[in-house]
Design a protein around this ligand. Structure first.
Ligand code: 2P0
Length: 352
């Protein structure tokens, strides 16, 4: 194609990440700057991913648009999406200013089409994969030279946890201290290949939209929880150092203990908020008991639970313990009243 009808297009996918040290609290709501650092494991895109295509053309008219899972989204009133688009356009403008032969894509209407292969907003980090894919698709369309780490700063403005979905393996989001957020970025702590035996089992307890959205819940916690300051200032910094060492040394028992402690600490500050925030239900608590049973039977920590802003459980374990872990869940969960979920397949950390 040539001339004004030419359509420029780029497609990409981004994975889901599940935190083992949780992000819960903002020190700056406009820039999405967190009260504490966090750390996640990136899951395989074979099971969970967002696929996004970004295109632009002189033949497109009107405002930028986004279709998510076949439904139009109102991105004009989404300050976060606008912040990402503005940042990406300004980087493209810089390229165009340096090289006059480049087409002026920064001036063209963007059309973005995105789809998830998992339930949106069910506590499965859909906004993380969504904004990571959006930023990467547009960065690819604009042929930006920025590294994944530099793009993480843009994705963070869309959704905090999205900054951790631009890399594979074990990813830390450093809270940073600067007011402009320029040091609040993600970095890979270890690639997936460092600890390829890691597995995640996702128990989809409910695919319904969660009760209290993360952004609102975090603000309630920051404003009202009496326990939160100790978590932000003392507990998490110590745990970040400990779990990074455990990952480097492939020490699963320490990794598992900290993962469970940090999930419980996050849900404790939710419960300590006013009005209290409840994300776990009886099936979630049964999943915690099942993990404890598996660990007791093994005489050591062979699996760890973690829960985000919803009742779904993610269980981390090593491939060698697949049989024991799956066995405990199969025998316990289907008998529970209210259990409507299914086992997700075992998921390996992401191969980016
Ligand atoms: C996390 N969560 O670290 C934590 C654990 C939920 C519980 O990051 O307001 O959707 O868009 O920055 O990233 C969910 O929060 O919130 C989240 P915003 P986000 O994964």
């Amino acid at each position: 194609m040539s001339g004004s009808s030419q359509v420029y297009r780029a497609s990409t996918t981004a994975p889901v990440n599940i935190a083992v040290i949780k992000y819960w609290g903002k020190r700056d709501t406009a820039l999405n700057l967190p009260t504490n650092s966090s750390l996640s494991v990136t899951l395989s895109q074979k099971s969970l991913r967002t696929h996004t295509t970004a295109s632009c053309s002189e033949s497109f008219s009107g405002p930028d648009s986004l279709i998510l899972n076949n439904e139009p989204e109102d991105i004009q009133s989404s300050k976060r999406t606008q912040a990402c688009l503005k940042h990406l356009r300004s980087l493209r403008e810089q390229l165009e200013a340096k090289d006059a032969s480049l087409p002026k894509l920064s001036k063209l209407t963007l059309r973005i089409v995105s789809s998830n292969n998992f339930p949106t907003a069910a506590g499965l980090a859909s906004s993380a994969a969504g904004f990571a894919a959006l930023v990467r698709a547009i960065a690819d369309l604009y042929e930006l030279p920025q590294t994944p780490q530099e793009l993480s700063l843009i994705a963070r403005q869309g959704s905090g946890s999205a900054c951790r979905s631009l890399m594979g393996g074990y990813v830390a989001w450093r809270a940073g201290t600067k007011e402009d957020g320029s040091d609040s970025i993600a970095e890979e702590v270890a690639p997936m290949s460092h600890w390829p035996e890691m597995r995640a089992l996702i128990l989809v307890v409910s695919a319904e939209k969660k009760g209290v959205p993360s952004t609102a819940g975090m603000q309630t916690t920051v404003e009202t929880s009496t326990l939160a300051p100790a978590r932000f200032n003392e507990i998490v910094p110590k745990r970040m150092a400990e779990i990074e060492k455990a990952i480097q040394e492939k020490d699963f028992e320490t990794f598992a203990r900290i993962t469970m402690q940090d999930s419980n600490s996050f849900h404790a500050i939710c419960l300590d908020s006013w009005p209290p925030i409840h994300y776990l239900n009886d099936v979630s608590r049964a999943a915690m008991s099942a993990v404890e049973t598996a660990n007791r039977k093994a005489g050591k920590l062979i699996c760890a639970y973690t829960f985000d802003a919803g009742p779904n459980a993610v269980i981390y374990y090593l491939a060698e313990h697949t049989h024991e872990v799956a066995g405990v869940f199969r025998s316990v969960l289907p008998r529970l009243p209210g259990w409507e979920g299914e086992f997700a397949e075992q998921i390996r950390p992401n191969e980016y």
